[in-house]
Design a protein around this ligand. Structure first.
Ligand code: SAJ
Length: 414
């Protein structure tokens, strides 16, 4: 049985390790975070993702998945570590470099290294390859190198890991073909092969396309606000055209992908990427728009209290990375506005979390920032009975407007 070492046991590393462990490979998962190792060893899953806990336990029970904080000799190494941006919006290579440094002493002739992390185009060649060369192996002939960017949507990771098409770039064709053979063990989507930079660029382009489309919908929301029409109606009607597909406006774009990856494109061609930059700016301004609208709703209330519902970057997940809710809370905090936060999916957040009761009691506004499914079923009657003033601002457009209005709420949406 071939051995795969997966570096980084996060939102991509854990599911990927488990898929391989249940598809005929012996997998060794590695993470530098002792807490993650501890959680997995106690048979729990460090990420909230449908089906993941079951798959993780099946993988561990099969004996094909073991984990530790150090990599081991293997046939294949998959790097799935975070590649965030620094304050200056350029890519932070720290984890990628560290993971590559950790494996080069273990490399043997015939090994394959695959970078799954999203990177600025050119990085696998310019950052990863020089470190791997320290092994003394000739890259492309003795040691093979590929980039196979993940493309899965949090909330649907397991389904998308299997079904989505994959793009694999190789330092040469042999590397790409070897990587294709590895992923074929569980991917039922089509696998395309290309060169390293093309695969890196494709990944970044996908997320940039989405960011630009969301920015357009957010800009449209502001226009509709000015014209006094419902942006959701306009998008719904426009999307009935066979070649139009406008995404949905919201409180901003968060997460570790769409709000980050466009910067990888900008980094490579700052003078050309004008739309990309503008889209980032528009989406990053949405939390400010949310706070302005909130202040407007509360303008006649003395010492208002806001009940915030949901702080993840999108619904039904536990991930708060780059969430627009952080910026909303930061601004409210700076404005000295009293708020409580309720999020049934989140354990740790920058600001204190409360239970539902504490969040709504004597509040003047429910500010819904994440579209968790349980919020859809809230009873406006029950919530309203605990509040001081009946205002609700649904930035995700998931609440049943008529129902809340029927229970005397002033209902505001994006
Ligand atoms: N959002 C909107 N309006 C929309 C859609 C999304 O405001 O119409 C916001 C969300 O609320 C969230 C952010 O955008 O804050 C990103 O959410 P998302 O669901 O669009 O995407 P991610 O970041 O969870 O996952 C993306 C996916 N990329 C694409 O759809 C092109 C996923 O397939 C990638 O694998 C993932 O990035 C990644 O890891 O790169």
């Amino acid at each position: 049985m071939k051995k795969i070492c997966v570096l980084g046991l996060g939102y991509i590393g854990i599911p990927t390790a488990c898929m391989f462990a249940t598809s005929g490979y012996q997998v060794h998962g590695v993470d530098i975070d002792e807490n993650i190792i501890k959680i997995i060893k106690s048979r729990n899953c460090p990420i909230e993702e449908p089906g993941m806990k079951t798959l993780l336990n099946a993988s561990l029970n099969s004996g094909n998945l073991e984990i530790s904080n150090t990599p081991v000799e293997s046939d294949i190494f998959i790097i799935a570590v975070p590649t965030p941006i620094k304050d200056d919006k350029t890519m932070d290579y720290t984890f990628l470099k560290r993971a590559t440094e950790d494996i080069y002493p273990l490399l043997k002739q015939g090994n394959l290294v695959i970078v799954e992390s999203t990177v600025t185009p050119g990085s696998t060649n310019e950052i990863v390859k020089p470190i791997l060369e320290k092994s003394g192996l000739n890259i492309g002939e003795e040691l093979f190198l590929a980039h196979c960017p993940e493309r899965v949507l949090p909330g649907f990771i397991l389904k998308e890991l299997i079904n989505n098409d994959r793009i694999i770039g190789g330092i040469n064709e042999k590397s790409a073909l070897m990587a294709k053979e590895v992923y074929k063990s569980f991917v039922s989507g089509e696998i395309f092969i290309t060169d390293l930079t093309s695969a890196e660029l494709t990944k970044v382009v996908e997320n940039t396309y989405r960011d630009v489309n969301i920015a357009f919908s957010n800009e449209l929301a502001l226009v509709c606000d000015k014209l006094g029409v419902n942006v959701l109606d306009i998008i719904k009607f426009a999307n009935r055209h066979p070649r139009v597909n406008i995404l949905t406006p919201g409180p901003g774009v968060g997460g570790h992908c769409i709000s980050v990856d466009p910067w990888f494109l900008i980094e490579k061609a700052p003078e050309i990427t004008r739309i990309t930059k503008l889209a980032r700016e528009i989406n990053d301004n949405m939390p400010k728009y949310v706070v302005n609208k909130t202040s407007n709703i509360l303008k006649n209330i003395k010492n208002p209290k806001i009940g915030i519902f949901g702080v993840t970057f999108k619904g039904n997940i536990d991930d708060v990375r780059n969430s627009p809710a952080i910026t909303v809370c930061d601004i409210l905090y700076d404005m000295n506005i009293n708020f409580k936060i309720y999020d049934p999916h989140v354990k740790y957040f920058k600001f204190e979390l409360s239970d539902l009761e504490t969040t709504i009691t004597d509040s003047d506004l429910i500010l819904l920032l994440a579209d968790h499914k349980e919020f859809k079923y809230l009873s406006p009657e029950e919530i309203g009975s605990k509040m001081r003033n009946l205002n609700v601002f649904d930035t995700r457009n998931i609440l049943d407007k008529e129902k809340w209005i029927k229970h005397n709420f002033n209902f505001v949406n994006i």
